[in-house]
Design a protein around this ligand. Structure first.
Ligand SMILES: [Zn+2]
Length: 65
């Protein structure tokens, strides 16, 4: 999976964060997560929600690359 930061100036649209199901307003720093095997399933996350999700999925282990 590839995690790409999106800088505020690059965030021109509003997105729905799958972590908290709230919108990420345009102009907000966030991350885009693309699974390597399912590139169509790219999702925009609040950075904090993504970190929580990583802990939920992987606990204290490092995420696989
Ligand atoms: Zn969120």
């Amino acid at each position: 999976m590839t995690v790409t930061p999106v800088q505020p100036y690059q965030a021109r649209k509003e997105y729905l964060c799958p972590g908290c199901e709230r919108t990420i307003p345009a102009g907000t720093f966030h991350v885009v997560v693309v699974p390597d095997d399912l590139p169509d399933l790219r999702r925009h996350w609040h950075q904090g929600c993504w970190h929580k999700e990583l802990r939920r999925r992987y606990g204290s282990q490092s995420p696989p690359r």
